[in-house]
Design a protein around this ligand. Structure first.
Ligand code: GDP
Ligand code: GDP
Length: 453
């Protein structure tokens, strides 16, 4: 098999709809065994692996790859500078990091050289890995050289897979093997595909939720009973707005004015929680005629913590005068600072003012919620950020940011791989800059750190 693998198209990488986390494949091995050549091969030649520049560390070491429709991230661990001295120790450390940071580990050995002490040291570390390890016998450029590969059974890592990273020989088979080793995809909700977007109208009692719903479903608009090919919960309403159908979830309670007979905030919050979880985007209504309250804040927190897209609507704007308008802008600065990223719209369910503006804001929030930054771009970005604004030094040391990847969308979640724990402040800095440079308007974003320690 000498056919060079034709990789699937990358160009739709940020418009995809899959929601599962993208698994990480780490490529480890001694210097010069062909790791970078293999990484190039795995990702196709569409993204060039960054050349080593003397004196510059290889920061951009993680790349998006796709094979048979499955996406994964390939990490060239050659870019990790091990702290440990000595070659065997260095590669052992590299293998440890790979175990901590990835889902599948590919150990590359130069079959023309055979397993060296250093290779065996890496293998010993990888024996302990609770993750799949794929042993690659590289530089098997011809059938004749395949005998070299069989000797690598001695490493105790199972079958050595002969390939030629340089010429592409066996690389399609290797991609199939990597694919088989990737963790199972989490099952995606069937009803997330193709059906109407799901919206929750939430807010404390009497902010105007049922008034807004009635306004949206007013006579000039069509309320549909069903959409072909979807099942809609009877407690939901399908409403056509701006030429498309939206599914307003859990509206039965609003329509029938069940109004929390028990009256306690506890039940109101349970109801909010279930509506938010059933939705993709929540419109939190605030009563513009009153100061923002703790209960309002709690509703916003519920949306953010559930990881849903958020639009904030100041309702009853018809009651707002010049003084109140001024107070509101101060309340926004004080109370809504943590959700500055959420679109805000001033409406009146009573008069219908600006209610039509809701739809574009819902779209903005959903786009932010589904936005994906390709790994290559993200790493270029984080390398520049760290260079311009390094992590403060604590006790003579500063943790290094090894690479960063966006693990999922809906909402966007990022994992920062580091050589040690980051200051919470520095993490917040990265988050702030992420928003400044990439947006994610209307969506919470989640950053987590995977530190090798
Ligand atoms: P790394 O240090 O492990 O990242 O190794 P590189 O990818 O930089 O490769 C080291 C050298 O081995 C380069 O000169 C490559 O051209 C060469 N090389 C890599 N893969 C193969 C292969 O499959 N066959 C042969 N003959 N040479 C290879
Ligand atoms: P819910 O409990 O959040 O569903 O709130 P309702 O829709 O029942 O509204 C509570 C009260 O606020 C009712 O008396 C509504 O008529 C009134 N209301 C709702 N929206 C507006 C608005 O935009 N302006 C004014 N002035 N009153 C409103």
């Amino acid at each position: 098999m000498s056919a060079e693998p034709a990789l699937d198209d990358f160009s739709n990488a940020d418009t995809d709809t899959d929601t599962g986390p993208v698994p990480i494949v780490a490529v480890v091995g001694r210097p010069n065994v062909g790791k970078s050549t293999l990484v190039n091969r795995l990702i196709g030649r569409r993204q060039a692996v960054v050349e080593d520049v003397p004196g510059v560390t290889r920061d951009r070491i993680a790349y998006d790859a796709q094979w048979n429709g499955r996406k994964f991230t390939v990490v060239d661990t050659g870019g990790w500078e091990p702290d440990a001295v000595g070659r065997a120790a260095a590669i052992a450390a590299q293998a440890e990091q790979a175990i901590a940071a990835s889902d599948v580990i590919v150990l590359v050995v130069d079959a023309t050289v055979g397993a060296t002490d250093v290779d065996d040291a890496a293998a010993r570390v990888l024996h302990r890995a609770a993750k799949p390890v794929i042993l690659v016998a590289n530089k098997v450029d011809s059938v004749r050289a395949e005998a070299d590969a069989t000797q690598l059974w001695s490493m105790g890592l199972g079958e050595p897979h002969p390939i030629s990273a340089l010429h592409g020989r066996g690389s399609g088979d290797l991609l199939d093997i990597i694919l088989d080793a990737l963790p199972e995809l989490p099952s995606v909700d069937d009803d997330t595909e193709g059906g109407p977007r799901r919206v929750a109208l939430v807010g404390k009692p009497n902010v105007g939720k049922s008034s807004l719903l009635n306004r949206l479903a007013g006579e000039d608009r069509v309320v549909v009973d069903s959409v072909a090919g979807t099942t809609v919960d009877p407690v939901d309403s399908l409403i056509e707005l701006g030429g498309e159908t939206w599914q307003f979830v859990d509206t039965a309670g609003l329509r029938k004015r069940v109004k929390q007979a028990s009256g306690t905030e506890y039940y109101a919050s349970l109801r909010t929680q279930s509506a938010v979880e059933a939705a993709e985007v929540a419109v939190v209504l605030l009563d513009a005629s009153e100061p923002i309250s703790e209960q309002d804040q709690r509703v916003i927190t519920q949306v953010v913590e559930s990881g849903r897209a958020l639009v904030i609507a100041f309702n009853k704007w018809d009651l707002v005068d010049e003084d109140r308008r001024f107070q509101i802008s101060r309340e926004i600065d004080r109370d809504l600072r943590r959700v500055q990223w959420a679109p805000r719209v001033n409406i009146s369910a009573a008069t219908g003012r600006s209610v039509a503006k809701l739809t574009p804001f819902l779209h903005t929030a959903l786009e932010g919620w589904e936005q994906r930054v390709p790994t290559g771009e993200l790493n270029q970005w984080v390398a520049a950020l760290v260079a311009a604004h390094p992590h403060p030094i604590r006790g003579g040391k500063a943790p290094k940011v090894l690479f960063m990847t966006q693990a999922s969308v809906r909402p966007p979640k990022f994992v920062v791989f580091t050589s040690g724990q980051l200051d919470p402040q520095y993490l917040r800095y990265i988050e702030r800059r992420l928003r400044e440079d990439f947006g994610f308007a209307g969506s919470p974003i989640v950053l987590s750190v995977k530190a090798r320690e």
